[in-house]
Each structure stands twice: as structure tokens, then as C-alpha cells.
Design a binder for this molecule. Sequence first.
Ligand code: GAR
Length: 193
Amino acid sequence: MFKIAVLISGNGSNLEALIDACNKNIIKGKIDIVISNNPEAYGIVRARSSNINNKIIDNKEFETREDFDLALSQEIQKTNPDLIVLAGFMRILTPVFIEHFIDKIINIHPSLLPKYPGLNTHKSVIENGDTKHGITIHFVNQILDGGKIIAQGEISVKKNETEEELKKRIHSLEHIMLPKVVSKFADGSIHKD
Ligand code: GAR
């Protein structure tokens, strides 16, 4: 069975999309663990109500980024996943962590990378008057939001669209695309070359 670890920090709507896709066998795999660095993350409630093994590793309890990543790494290794999905995980990972799981970590990012790495992507799109926005799913390497792109989805920005409206439409696109990409990993049709 293809084993997935999902790392979250917040609402977990992308996690929910993955849970649904596993339940419907669209993803032929199993979410073995959900880990949040944020004790308040609603995604943990989602994991619990779907009876998925879950763990909070609060980054505030660690003195250094390295210590936090070590604890994270140890927890992940217990399940030895085939794929680690960063689904709204808002922490920068250390090189040691990334190197350990290289080619197994993917991230979903709400912009058409390489445009707008980092935060506040919807705001930037509106402020810059962009006509296109989108999402990117990519491998994680040591450059922030800079790993090899696996898939991108694009939408046209509507006239006078607010940041909230745009964010909502981007989320809907994410919820379609992330399960599709993860299902391709599970059936072996995506791998790092
Ligand atoms: C998603 O839009 C995801 O692309 C973004 O956080 C949101 C999480 O939503 N990730 C990043 O910005 C990472 N740089 P969710 O918690 O409802 O899935």
C-alpha cells in the first residue's frame, strides 16, 4: 500500500481533499499520518474525525529549527512513507531534513511559480494587476518554492476580484489538482528522474 504523510499548519482543506480521494480510491494509497506544527490547526480535527493517525509537533517547543526538524523527521520515519505532502505547511524545512527525504517531498503553492514564492501570493497578484493566477505542485528542494515543477493550474483573474474571492477559487483548483497528482505518485506514473 502506498503510504502518505501529510504535513499541515492550518485549515487543512487540501488534506480533506486528499482524505476524500483516498476514501473514494481515486488515490490508491493511505494517509498514514498527519502532522501539524500548529496545535490550533483545524486540519488536525479533520484527521481525527477521519480516524487518521495524527500528531502535533509544536515548533514553539523547540529551540532551534534543526531540533524541530529532527523531531519531525523521527515521527515521519516511524511510518516510512512513500510520499510526504506539504499541504499548507508553513515552515521552512532545514537542508538536513530535505536531504533525508529528497525526491519524496512535494509542496502545493498558491501561485504560478517561479512567480511569487513565499507568502501573500493572492495579494501580490491583485496589487500587480495580473490577469493570470494559479497553483503549482512541485518537488521540495533547498530553494524556497524552487524545486522541480510537477503540475500547474491556471485561472484568469476577474475584473475587480477581491483577494478573498481569488483565494477561494485558487483553493477549489488546489482541491482538484493535488489529489490528481498524489494519485499519479501512488500508481507510479510520476517519479523524479
Ligand atoms: C493552500 O492554499 C496552499 O497552497 C498554501 O496554504 C494553503 C493551505 O490551505 N500553501 C502555501 O502557501 C505554502 N507556501 P489549507 O490548509 O486549507 O489546505
